[in-house]
Design a protein around this ligand. Sequence first.
Ligand code: NAD
Length: 478
Amino acid sequence: MNVMKHYINGEWVGNGKSRKNINPSDTSDIVGVYADGDSELAEQAIAAARQAASGWAGSTPQQRFDILDFIGSEILARKAELGRLLSREEGKTLPEGMGEVGRAGQIFKFYAGEALRLAGEKIPSVRPGVDVQITREPLGVVGVITPWNFPIAIPAWKIAPALAYGNAVVFKPAELAPGCAWALAEILSRSGLPAGVFNMVMGGGESVGQKLVNHKDVDGISFTGSIEVGRKIAVQCVQRRAKVQLEMGGKNPLVVLDDADLKTAVNAAVNGAYFSTGQRCTASSRLIVTDGIHDRFVNAVIERLKGLKVDDALKEGTEMGPVVDDAQLQKNLAYLEVGAEEGATLAYGGERLKRGTEGFYMAPALFTGTHNDMRINREEIFGPIAGIIRVKDYETALVVANDTEFGLSAGICTSALKYASHFQRHSQAGMVMVNLPTAGVDYHVPFGGRKGSSYGTREQGSYAAEFYTTVKTTYIAP
Ligand code: NAD
């Protein structure tokens, strides 16, 4: 098999080391072989980006629009093919994979428009005869470090605004899902970007990732991944005064009140907790349910789970694909034991499943009789496992929902406006969903959380400019 190479300074570069990309639905299927870079290659990419940064900072909005629009159009035109690649390497179902690719294309289109809309302000000074202008300038060189669970959308929502606002980029994708990253880099390589403006180095976090985080010529790091790695990166960036933006884990609550429409609540819970195999930072892992609807809700969720089709991600009709790899599968199974030891009841699922091919399949798992202080309700599992927390009323549900170190997304199912709007105001999450799953967001509005889930300014929408630009205030006297 051909080794897919890194992209540095407008050229495809190999380094003699590589990694196999394995299909989690069928471990005998090798998706591709991808170069495995090191800190030396990262250094070369950073040097190329530094060299190219000032030229790109001076590019016109029209140039940026044309390039980003080209990239978005090609991604959208190849949605079926790239969606298939995504599902094959990551394990989410084909409709989910194609949906994610579509979103990546839309994001590039959105930021093509943003490149044209970037504006400053002209403000009268408090002093006579003086003008004040507030303008935004690119940050310079941005390091983009991404996880495996959204292998094209997350790179898109970091790389597109970085380029739209005039930055040069060094991109390090996740080791587990380099296929979509490589396909994206290949499209960018034909988009008309000057050499060095965009670079991609595949490889490990401790080698390539750490070089980006600690290099003096990288002006900002945009990271999505686990809380442990995020915490370390934050300290390192602050120490050398680099700008940093982190999106990390979640333990997202979905509150279901007595007055909720049962069907809506069950759909929100099953979609939020189990779709994409629960491997979403916005997954609903804590289902907080009031007394009056508890039994009906639990029974209806279990009935739905019994019919949920777990199989090969590419098979028609599959609703939940495999877990991404064996390490994550073992972690999920270990958490099922933790839950049992803590006294939770495994009301449904959790067992390993056998399918036509060798893959990392497990049944979606539902715990009942859980408390919010159990580890299964405090730690991010990142798998198809949810716990029911039974509460007496809305007020208790709100306290439990907010009692977590995370704060990414929070949902409520209710037909009462008073509870919906109270929850909107008092939830300590960055995103609130009413009668909707906690996962699943638009591409043109801000995305991000509070507390342990996020650090720094918001991603996506026009709010992304806060990270990818720096503000200059100019005073002018004639
Ligand atoms: P991870 O933290 O292990 O890795 C993320 C990226 O960081 C990878 O590219 C990895 O190689 C790199 N990395 C690892 N160690 C590094 C280091 N020391 N220095 C620099 N880079 C390093 O996370 P993962 O397992 O790939 O992804 C799962 C996690 O991502 C979950 O915790 C999930 O909640 C989180 N996530 C968050 C969001 C969000 O927007 N909040 C979205 C998706 C995923």
